[in-house]
Design a protein around this ligand. Structure first.
Ligand code: TYD
Ligand code: MG
Length: 454
């Protein structure tokens, strides 16, 4: 009988300590250690001796055979783009996201469309009937896709041995359990062990494995965060569940760029790719509304136009409220402080609400100027003229700063038919190079404000 051992694991980084501590010694987070029972197999940890015989010898780097394996093309441009051009054989991919965002839908859709490979879709969450029903909603069923509802990794591996799939999808890692570890499925030690087994399988057989991992908003349960360092590629599926748009973002990719972004729309028949995001993220109202301003952002490697909506109103109850959907609240507070202190707008006594169209989350600071103008437009209740957009960052002293990939942003604005774009005075773009759009270079928020609202 193996000895029962208790250990404490950090929820945020997975670090293991023998005793409870208030602060994790590895990632310095507070109150993240939780107790779990761990039973280790005897001799699972092999001692390595310095004199052990090994057939691996150091090789000069230029003599290493280069890995020139063709990537498996996945169905759909957006998914391939995020993977860096396709699935690399033998790679372990983690698809993370909040429950209900559409991870199972995305992967089942991939499984239904990948008709030239044998796929094993393992689900620990839904019954075979449920998966089939969902598959039918998504379109034609793919007979090369095998379904398995199993949660024990040892049993999964024995089935894998039988059917020899070319791609394995596991939905989700939180439901798996390995007999080598005694704690409950979903606990940190189980998640680590099961992912470790999948990793070893992928590397040994060269079969790619895609894992689904749930995260919650507050990251309270043992999330896939602790797996991020183990897997080759981490992709996050994000978006607002109440909106239809979903972003697929690569956070880490050992085989490609992490700057890629895929955009999908959730429809009644599954996820549809959005090839022209600017069209769907800006609206064409007949009337003019104050507080509605388009900004040109770069998400991933693509420029897109997104509509910023803001509402500034007198605070009725004590503390003024600040709320931001799709935008960092701390950044909003910073921009409000800049407007108050540097430009003299009395926003401290106002409620400020900010919203990105389509429920999309924007991280690009190039949207700052559009946010500031949206706030000022709502503050003064003057609607912005049509055909004007913005691409600049705001500094702490109220200066308008240049942003990256400005030529691409200008090309996008020009393509969409915008008449004017405001950018930073300090960027190297020459306005005369642009024939179809008027490029206005400014250095201070006050100057932009004066030009627009007089
Ligand atoms: P799901 O893939 O089950 O989410 P996850 O695996 O990330 O938990 O998808 C959940 C939502 O997607 C669900 O609320 C229903 C919706 N949905 C559609 O709108 N259209 C569809 O065709 C499908 C299959 C699901
Ligand atoms: Mg699911």
């Amino acid at each position: 009988m193996a000895k029962t051992k208790k250990a404490f694991f950090c929820k945020s980084c997975g670090n293991e300590t023998p005793k409870w501590l208030g602060q994790c010694p590895s990632c310095q987070e507070w109150n993240t250690l939780i107790e779990e029972i761990v039973v280790r197999e005897k001799d699972k940890r092999q001692r390595t001796s310095f004199l052990e015989n090994t057939n691996k010898v150091p090789v000069p780097i230029n003599e290493v055979n280069s890995l020139d394996v063709p990537r498996m093309k996945m169905p759909g441009k957006e998914f391939n783009r995020v993977l860096g051009g396709g699935l690399v054989p033998g790679s372990l991919v983690l698809l993370g996201g909040e429950p209900g965002i559409g991870k199972s839908t995305l992967l089942l859709q991939v499984a239904m469309k990948l008709t030239n490979r044998k796929i094993l879709y393992v689900s620990g969450e839904e019954s075979l009937q449920q998966i089939k029903l969902r598959g039918e909603r998504l379109g034609k069923l793919n007979e090369k896709c095998l379904l398995l509802t199993e949660t024990s990794t040892q049993k999964i591996f024995s089935q894998i041995e039988n059917v020899k799939p070319e791609v394995i999808i596991i939905d989700s890692i939180q439901t798996l359990f390995s007999a080598h570890i005694d704690s409950a499925p979903g606990s940190i030690s189980q998640i680590r062990e099961c992912a470790g087994e999948m990793l070893r399988y992928a590397k040994e057989t060269n079969v790619p494995v895609i894992l689904v991992g749930h995260i919650t908003k507050d990251g309270n349960i043992a999330g896939p965060k602790i797996l991020e360092h183990m897997v080759d590629t981490v992709i996050y599926f994000e978006g607002d569940r109440n909106h239809t748009y979903r972003l697929l973002r690569a956070i880490k990719n050992r085989f490609g760029s992490t700057n890629e972004l895929g955009i999908f729309e959730m429809t009644g028949a599954g996820l549809k790719e959005v090839t022209d995001p600017s069209k769907v993220l800006t609206s064409n109202y007949e009337e003019d509304f104050s507080g509605v301003v388009p900004g040109c952002v770069i998400e991933g490697l693509r420029p897109m136009m997104i509509e910023v909506q803001s509402l500034v109103s007198p605070a009725v109850y004590g503390n003024p409220q600040r709320s931001a959907t799709g935008f960092d609240l701390r950044r909003l507070n910073m921009l409000l402080a800049v407007l108050e202190k540097r430009c003299g707008f009395k926003l401290g006594i106002k409620d400020v609400f900010l919203n990105m169209a389509g429920g999309i989350k924007v991280e690009d600071p190039g949207l700052d100027l559009a946010v500031v103008i949206a706030i000022l437009s709502s503050y003064t209740d003057i609607a912005l003229e049509k055909g004007i957009c913005f691409a600049a960052e705001i500094g702490l002293s109220g200066e308008v700063r240049p942003v990256t990939k400005l030529d691409q942003r200008l090309a996008e604005a020009e393509k969409l038919g915008y008449k004017k774009i405001f950018i930073s005075k300090y960027s190297s773009i020459k306005p005369q190079d642009y024939k179809n759009i008027e490029v206005i270079k400014e250095g201070k928020i006050e100057d932009v404000f004066r030009l627009l609202f007089g």
